[in-house]
Design a protein around this ligand. Structure first.
Ligand SMILES: Cc1ncc(COP(=O)(O)O)c(C=O)c1O
Length: 349
């Protein structure tokens, strides 16, 4: 299989690519902008991007922290606040990386429940609050929408949880929030109301800039320590900043892309739920989780891999008969459905 023809629908990238304005920005980059440090600090700000994000979300520039993707900001938050023996609350099904960073600092991981409902996974709010009250963690990680389950907390539920946890550092990972929700008004309200809250977002997913490695955090007033911890005195990455600004200015392009994805999400949901033995769950992110019969798992994986179609076959406890599929372009999504149907037919299933 020619490497270039492999279709990767396994890491929740945006397969439509960034807006044309982002590419234009790269082409027009001046040499001096590469050879010199940024002078943005002379205006009392970290960067033109943090300034732009602050204006967009109606918060102070000091409430915006830039990082090398959401990954970097999550690591920074955990390394800043958690030390050996401190407790950190993590959703029972979550991005594996949360556990990894807790282990790096020898934190004690305390899981709280995400449960399987009729057609979606959901946060068990009562269970979550109980775990919080009994374990008294130093930091709580919440992911909304959550990877790999795709469920999210509605804003009212989020407020309810944050109210209970208001004396503790809460890191809210919103890496996937823009696909099914263009409304950002809650961000300002939440960080104003909850000074211990730290919200993480990224340009990797919705804006299709995963290779650029850029993300940001919006922080409440109590995060002075985190602010110092993450300070970069020589500026950030001017290429990433400029391209990210071009992405922020391309709202229409991304809206159109996410509309196409929403249509295909519905198509996946219906197609998979029509296959006997398969169960697809409602998702608010750019991926969908599907339960498959355990007996076909390894053959299906080989069949798809041999045809250059890579999706994520889950291995974690409780989700090991599941596949997680990134919503690709229309052609990629239709090809995947066709391949799975061909596999089932070939095996008389
Ligand atoms: C839940 C979640 N948060 C954050 C990230 C980090 O993305 P990035 O570091 O590219 O911003 C990912 C990546 O897959 C993710 O699944």
């Amino acid at each position: 299989m020619d490497k270039q023809n492999i279709i990767y629908l396994d890491r929740n990238e945006n397969k439509y690519g960034p807006s044309p304005a982002c590419l234009k920005e790269l082409i027009n980059f001046e040499t001096v902008e590469l050879s010199d440090y940024s002078r943005d600090f002379m205006r009392g700000i970290k960067s033109c991007l943090s300034e732009k994000l602050a204006a967009k979300y109606g918060v102070g520039e000091k409430n915006v922290i830039l990082g090398y993707g959401g990954e970097d900001l999550l690591k920074q938050a955990v390394h800043c606040y958690i030390h050996k023996g401190d407790k950190i609350m993590i959703p029972s099904y979550s991005w594996w990386y949360y556990k990894k960073i807790a282990d790096e600092v020898e934190g004690i991981k305390v899981e709280y429940p995400i449960k399987e409902g009729k057609d979606t996974f959901y946060y068990d709010i009562d269970g979550m609050c109980k775990v919080y009250q009994t374990s008294k963690p130093k930091l709580v990680l919440i992911s909304s929408p959550n990877n790999p389950t795709g469920n999210r907390l509605e804003i009212a539920q989020l407020r309810q949880v944050l109210e209970i946890m208001k004396d503790t550092v809460v890191v809210l990972d919103e890496a996937y929030s823009l696909f099914f929700n263009g409304d950002n008004t809650h961000l300002k309200d939440l960080i104003n109301k909850f000074p211990n809250l730290l919200i993480i977002r990224t340009f990797s997913k919705y804006h299709a800039l995963a290779g650029l490695r850029i993300g940001f955090a919006l922080i409440g007033e109590n995060h002075v320590r985190f602010s110092l911890f993450s300070a970069r005195y020589l500026g950030f990455n001017s290429i990433s900043e400029r391209v990210a600004i071009a992405a922020l200015n391309s709202e229409e392009y991304y809206r159109e892309v996410s509309k196409k994805m929403a249509t295909d999400m519905e198509m996946f949901y219906n197609e998979f739920n029509n296959i006997p033995g398969f169960k697809a769950y409602r998702s608010f992110a750019n991926f969908i989780l599907v339960k498959i019969p355990s007996e076909i798992k390894s053959d299906l994986k080989n069949f798809l891999t041999n045809r250059g179609m890579i999706i994520k076959f889950m291995e974690e406890d409780g989700l090991n008969n599941h596949i997680r599929i990134t919503i690709g372009t229309r052609d990629q999504n239709c090809l995947l459905i066709d391949l799975i149907k061909t596999f089932l037919k070939k095996n008389n299933l």
